[in-house]
Design a protein around this ligand. Structure first.
Ligand SMILES: NC(=O)c1ccc[n+]([C@@H]2O[C@H](COP(=O)([O-])OP(=O)(O)OC[C@H]3O[C@@H](n4cnc5c(N)ncnc54)[C@H](OP(=O)(O)O)[C@@H]3O)[C@@H](O)[C@H]2O)c1
Length: 259
């Protein structure tokens, strides 16, 4: 039996992705911290889609967690890996962020993605079949003053995924970076971004997930799932690196003023 492993499927984009795969009758392995939520979805999706859902409770920001998750899946064939778990910190200068929280963020958003892509990627390469979907962000395309380590972690995920896409494309393994813009999830625990809607639309996780799964099966190298977000992400390509960083710095200063 083949499985799709999704990290962080208890809410937002991960949950919407899990439902997309469930609709395609994929058996699922869910890995996150909220056991109660995972068990709730296990029952719901068994009844609705007739699929097997395995729940693995794990904090992927803790040392050795990706290796433990890989070991827990050794008796199963994982043909799709979705590295989705991630979080951001409140807006502040990096020097003012909490060191331990920053470390957790880096381990989850970057470290776990790297290790799981390597461990499961190796198995897929041996089988000459598989798909890896790594959730980056439009934050990956330029530095993000006042969310510096979040932006850096997503730039890492995008760069890693694009490189692995090329390395594995002749081995039958697809690697796709998903780069959502602002999406309506629990991500904004520090408050929804106050960006005018006409400038930056809040997109539903369901639309993001539908387009992401399509892109994964088309073996696209990356996807920004919403056109307006893609267009805005292109701006930094036409600027010098200094100008892109400076623009984002001034946007954040402006947002602080209008809050
Ligand atoms: N929302 C946006 O605007 C946006 C834009 C671009 C990219 N993204 C990215 O999309 C991904 C999903 O975020 P979301 O927007 O769907 O936010 P969300 O609703 O907060 O979902 C985050 C998921 O990550 C899991 N998670 C958090 N910490 C974890 C940990 N230590 N170990 C294992 N799992 C953990 C959570 O599950 P538990 O709490 O059960 O552990 C939850 O299922 C993230 O990588 C985020 O950076 C979001």
């Amino acid at each position: 039996m083949e499985y799709t492993l999704i990290t962080g499927a208890t809410s937002g984009i991960g949950r919407a992705l899990a439902i997309e795969f469930a609709k395609r009758r994929h058996h699922l392995i869910l890995a996150s911290r909220n056991t109660v939520k995972m068990q709730e979805y296990q029952k719901e999706w068994l009844a609705k889609y007739g699929i097997t859902v395995v729940c693995l409770t794990i904090d992927l920001s803790s040392p050795g967690a990706p290796e433990k998750l890989f070991a827990a899946c050794q008796d199963k064939t994982v043909s799709v890996l979705v590295n989705n778990s991630g979080f951001g910190l409140g807006a502040a200068r990096q020097t003012e962020q909490d060191l331990a929280e920053t470390d957790r963020l880096f381990q989850l958003n970057a470290g776990a993605v790297l290790k799981l892509s390597m461990l499961f990627g190796r198995e897929m390469q041996k089988r000459k079949h598989g798909y890896i979907l790594n959730v980056a962000s439009t934050a990956a395309f330029q530095p993000l003053p006042y969310a510096a380590v979040y932006g850096a972690s997503k730039a890492f995920v995008l760069s890693l995924s694009e490189a692995m896409h090329m390395e594995l494309k002749d081995s039958g393994v697809g690697v796709t970076a998903l780069c959502p813009g602002i999406t309506d999830t629990n991500f904004f625990q520090y408050g929804k971004p106050r960006v005018p809607g006409f400038l930056y639309k809040l997109v539903s996780p369901e639309l993001t997930a539908r387009r992401a799964v399509k892109a994964l099966y088309q073996k696209k190298i990356y996807l920004v799932p919403y056109f307006q977000h893609w267009l805005i992400a292109q701006i930094s390509r036409w600027l010098t690196r200094r100008a892109a960083a400076s623009l984002l710095h001034h946007i954040e200063i402006f947002r602080k003023r209008v809050r």
